[in-house]
Design a protein around this ligand. Structure first.
Ligand code: SAH
Ligand code: DHB
Ligand code: MG
Length: 228
């Protein structure tokens, strides 16, 4: 089945002309620099860009830059005066990403903050930064809940919060899992039961990156009725 999932992703990439030379070069240089191939797929990157465009996002926050592949997809959807802040703990990843972002022509819109993401999030909260319209959480899965809570503080009614890798080949349903990443995702999902500030869904996906999924949450207006 995995080879079919990959073939279908390749078919859509080709027929829908997903990606471009700068995005492909970002992947090639990330691989050459020894970065793990755990970026989103082209189809997923395009989805992030379409979601950002759909809400006319002007400010985007990303947690987990890697080589900047998802960063470039989302930055492309911003208006010229838009901003994307992306958080990365690893200096080498950030350096590779900066080169990829420069080549893609979006450096004027993108800032990489090199530090543990929780520190950058806390200082943005302390500094009262302008809220973000869209947040993409895609770093250490163990801290997904902390990142989600901080993202809520840094967003506004109508903001979208997307969390990658919430299915992990189906392991998310294993309550007794010894995988810290799975437990991290489960803490987030369990917390959402009582979280009245967002309306959320989770979608399972298959494709070039195997079987996984993402969570999509919309920050609600106070008093909004939650659908479903
Ligand atoms: N969003 C990227 C993939 C990110 S991979 C894409 O789709 O193209 C996850 C990244 O999170 C890695 O680069 C890793 O170094 C970074 N990361 C892991 N723990 C982190 C932490 N505590 N703070 C910030 N970044 C972290
Ligand atoms: C892993 C991380 C990711 O962000 C991803 O999309 C796939 C895999 C990982 O750490 O295994
Ligand atoms: Mg991911």
């Amino acid at each position: 089945m995995e080879s079919t999932w990959r073939a279908v992703d390749e078919y859509f990439e080709r027929q829908l002309a997903l990606g471009d030379p700068a995005l492909n070069a970002a992947l090639a240089d990330s691989s050459a620099a020894g970065l793990p191939a755990i970026n989103v797929t082209a189809a997923q990157g395009k989805l992030l860009a379409l979601l950002a465009e759909s809400i006319n996002a002007r400010r985007i926050l990303e947690v987990g830059t890697l080589g900047g592949y998802s960063t470039i997809w989302m930055a492309r959807s911003l208006p010229a005066d838009g901003r994307l802040v992306t958080l990365e703990i690893d200096r080498h990843h950030a350096a590779v990403a900066q080169r990829n972002i420069d080549r893609a022509g979006v450096a004027d819109r993108v800032s990489i903050l090199v530090a543990p993401a929780i520190d950058s999030l806390k200082s943005m909260i302390a500094n009262g930064v302008v809220p973000f319209d869209l947040v993409f959480i895609d770093a250490d899965k163990e801290r997904s809940l902390e990142y989600f809570e901080a993202s809520l503080t840094l967003s506004h009614p109508g903001s979208l919060i997307i969390v990658d890798n919430v299915v992990r080949k189906g392991a998310v349903v294993e309550a007794a899992s010894e995988d810290a990443m799975v437990q991290g995702i489960r803490r987030l999902i369990d917390r959402l039961v009582d979280e009245k500030r967002v309306s959320a869904t989770a979608i399972q996906t298959v494709g070039g990156k195997g079987y996984d999924g993402f969570l999509l949450a919309r920050v609600m207006n106070e008093g909004d009725r939650v659908i479903g």
